[in-house]
Design a protein around this ligand. Structure first.
Ligand code: PRP
Ligand code: MN
Ligand code: MG
Length: 179
C-alpha cells in the first residue's frame, strides 16, 4: 500500500553508537549517586535506542515502558495523545528518564512529560535520539538530544514507515521513486 521507495543512509550505526557514548557520560554525571532511576521507553519507536542506551549506562536502573497513541486525524494543532499502555511501576519520588526516538511536532513527549509530572517524580528528564525542531507545534525540548535533523522522512533504529524498517541498524532517509 506504499509507493516504491529506497532508503539512503543518513546517520550510520557507528555514528549513533559514538553519540550514545557521549550522551551516557553526561547522563551518568547527572545521576551520579542515585539508586532510584527508572528509564522509561516510549513504545514502539524507542525500543532500539533504549536497549543500546541502558547497556552503555553504568548506573543502577530499572526499565519500564509506556505506549502513547499515534494521533488520529484531528486538527494538526490540537493533536490528542492517549495512553494505550501505562507504566507497570509507580514513579513518585523516583528519578525518571523518558527515552524517545524522535521529537517531531513535540505533542507525544510534551503530553507524556505532563502526565508523568503529575505523579510527582523526584526528577523527570527526557532524551530523544533525533529532533526535528522545524516541525515543532508545541514548545518542547528534550533534556538531551542525539542529533538535530532537517525535516526528512526518516526510518530505522526503531523508527518505522508504515510499521516497516524499524530493524535497520542505522537512520535512513526515505526517497520515493518516480512512476
Ligand atoms: C512517532 C515517534 C514519536 C512520535 C513523535 O511515534 O516514535 O513517538 O511519533 O512525533 P510527535 O513529536 O509529532 O508527537 P508513533 O506515534 O508513530 O508510534 P511508534 O513509536 O509506535 O512508531
Ligand atoms: Mn513513537
Ligand atoms: Mg510510528
Amino acid at each position: 500500500p506504499t509507493r516504491p521507495y529506497v532508503i539512503d543512509e543518513m546517520i550510520s550505526a557507528k555514528a549513533i553508537a559514538a553519540r550514545i557514548e557521549d550522551l551516557c557520560r553526561e547522563i551518568q554525571k547527572e545521576y551520579d549517586g542515585t539508586d532510584k532511576l527508572v528509564v522509561v521507553g516510549l513504545l514502539r519507536g524507542s525500543f532500539v535506542f533504549i536497549a543500546d542506551l541502558v547497556r552503555e549506562l553504568d548506573l543502577p536502573i530499572e526499565v519500564d515502558f509506556l505506549e502513547a497513541s499515534s494521533y488520529g486525524d484531528v486538527m494538526e494543532s490540537s493533536r490528542e495523545v492517549r495512553i494505550l499502555k501505562d507504566l507497570r511501576g509507580a514513579i513518585e519520588g523516583r528519578d525518571v528518564l523518558v527515552v524517545e526516538d524522535i521529537v517531531d511536532t513535540g505533542h507525544t513527549l510534551n503530553h507524556v512529560t505532563h502526565l508523568l509530572e503529575s505523579r510527582h517524580p523526584a526528577r523527570l528528564k527526557s532524551i530523544a535520539l533525533l529532533d526535528k525542531p522545524s516541525r515543532r507545534e508545541v514548545d518542547f525540548k528534550a533534556s538531551w538530544t542525539g542529533f538535530e535533523i532537517p525535516d526528512e522522512f526518516v526510518v530505522g533504529y526503531g523508527i518505522d514507515y508504515a510499521q516497516r524498517n524499524r530493524n535497520l541498524p542505522y537512520i535512513g532517509k526515505v526517497r520515493f521513486l518516480e512512476g
